[in-house]
Design a protein around this ligand. Structure first.
Ligand code: PMP
Ligand code: GLU
Length: 397
């Protein structure tokens, strides 16, 4: 007999991680899977960062670290925010956590009471929805479709605010669509937040370095809402450090203190060695990030060009991150043999089975007619993946 809490029962399994696990298992059985499911850079962590971690072990960074992160790391993040983002966060407004995902749940648990409404702009990153559920909050989805370049219309956003709305989840460059909000669009959102006292907004800027349309804009740089923005970031994507698990926030002091209190009961701070590596990453400049970005841009163009030639797919060229989200609704309702494609998850499973290509269905991202493809892989594999996808789709009718 199992006695799982209602809390755990109410959660969905992360579809990104589930698809990644499925493709690992198939690969381990010797099946030639091309994995375009997991969003992580295919590059290795740069050498100077690895060296810093090795040195940290030799220097005996083996004791409990301070709960909010080492002082020098928080100072380096504070400087990074000032220099790169034009944001003034003192070190005590910064909390280092075990990945951006952990930073996000800290903030949500710090701000949300059961029944509070949290607006999530769809398509959204999978974990936003379930993290809100975990906090007892009520997700309110404001949807954007491919026709609007996957960006929500400010009037639609405003119409969804009620007296119970406490938080908005904002993410640009976006996972899963790769879309980037421009200055004017962000200003409209900032003005809406400004109007509603007691309304906060998380700005998830984890893809800030992977942007192909000029310079990243931080939401908190709209000074009139600085006190209402929680800026979330981390080293996973920009420095190819997904496995090191380091994320951080810059936030109003009372929110940072709340997260610190929570973290003190959850994790006693974050792995000491990974923190020393993150310090080297943040102090070491963005040279390797720029090289990765060039590779992602080349792959984006390659992939979008190829996908555009596949019958029935609608593609918007992403402006950042390393995802593209084609609309696949043309294929819904079609079938091959006994396999019927009723939704995007069916299509993702069909492609895994028939094309040996792992993607993630759009449903988990609040984008039911779409498929998410991560192009953080080599040019050769992208070409082969689209060749396989195309021939599998041609069999559907
Ligand atoms: N936010 C977004 C939008 C993401 O795609 C991810 C996925 N890595 C995260 C946050 C969390 O990243 P991590 O926990 O690896 O720092
Ligand atoms: N953020 C990545 C993705 O969306 C990693 C997986 C995860 O953390 O959910 O694929």
């Amino acid at each position: 007999m199992e006695y799982l809490s209602d809390r755990v029962k109410s959660l969905s399994v992360s579809q990104t991680l589930a698809m990644a696990q499925k493709s690992r298992e198939l690969k381990a059985r010797g099946i030639d899977i091309i994995s375009l499911s997991l969003g992580e850079p295919d590059f290795n962590t740069p050498d100077h960062i690895k060296e810093a971690a090795k040195k940290a072990i030799d220097d005996n960074y083996s004791k409990y670290p301070p709960v909010p992160g080492y002082d020098d790391l928080r100072k380096a993040i504070s400087k990074k925010f000032r220099v790169e983002n034009g944001l003034e966060y003192s070190p005590d407004q910064i909390i280092v956590s075990a990945g951006g995902k952990h930073s996000l749940i800290n903030v949500i648990l710090t701000l949300i009471n059961p029944g509070d409404e949290v607006i999530i702009l769809a398509p959204y990153w999978v974990s936003y929805y379930d993290q809100v559920i975990l906090a007892g909050g009520k997700p309110v989805i404001v949807e954007a479709t491919i026709e609007n370049d996957f960006k929500v219309n400010p009037a639609q956003l405003e119409a969804s605010i009620t007296e119970r709305t406490r938080l908005i989840m904002f993410n640009s460059p976006s996972n899963p669509t790769g879309m980037v909000y421009n200055y004017d669009e962000m200003e409209k959102i900032a003005r809406i937040v400004e109007k509603h006292e007691g309304l906060f907004i998380i700005s998830d800027e984890i893809y800030e370095h992977i942007i192909f349309t000029g310079k990243h804009i931080s939401l908190a740089s709209f000074g009139y809402i600085y006190d209402r923005v929680i800026t979330v970031n981390g080293v996973s994507k920009g420095f190819a450090m997904t496995g090191w698990r380091i994320g951080y926030i810059g936030a109003p002091l009372w929110i940072a203190r709340g997260c610190n209190k929570l973290q003190g009961q959850f994790t006693s701070g974050v792995c000491s060695i990974a923190q020393r590596a993150a310090l080297a990453a943040i102090e070491g400049g963005n040279e390797t990030v720029i090289l990765m970005k060039d590779a992602f841009l080349r792959r984006r163009d390659l992939l979008c060009g190829l996908l555009n030639e596949v019958k029935g797919l609608k593609v918007r060229v992403p402006q950042g991150a390393f995802y593209v989200m084609p609309d696949i609704s043309f294929y819904l309702g079609k079938s091959y043999g006994l396999t019927q494609i009723n939704n995007s998850d069916d299509l993702a499973l069909y492609l895994l089975d028939q094309a040996q290509v792992a993607t993630v269905g759009g449903d988990a991202f609040g984008a039911p007619g779409c498929l998410r493809i991560s192009y953080a892989t080599s040019d050769e594999l992208l070409v082969e993946a689209v060749r396989r996808i195309k021939s599998a789709l041609e069999k559907l009718n």
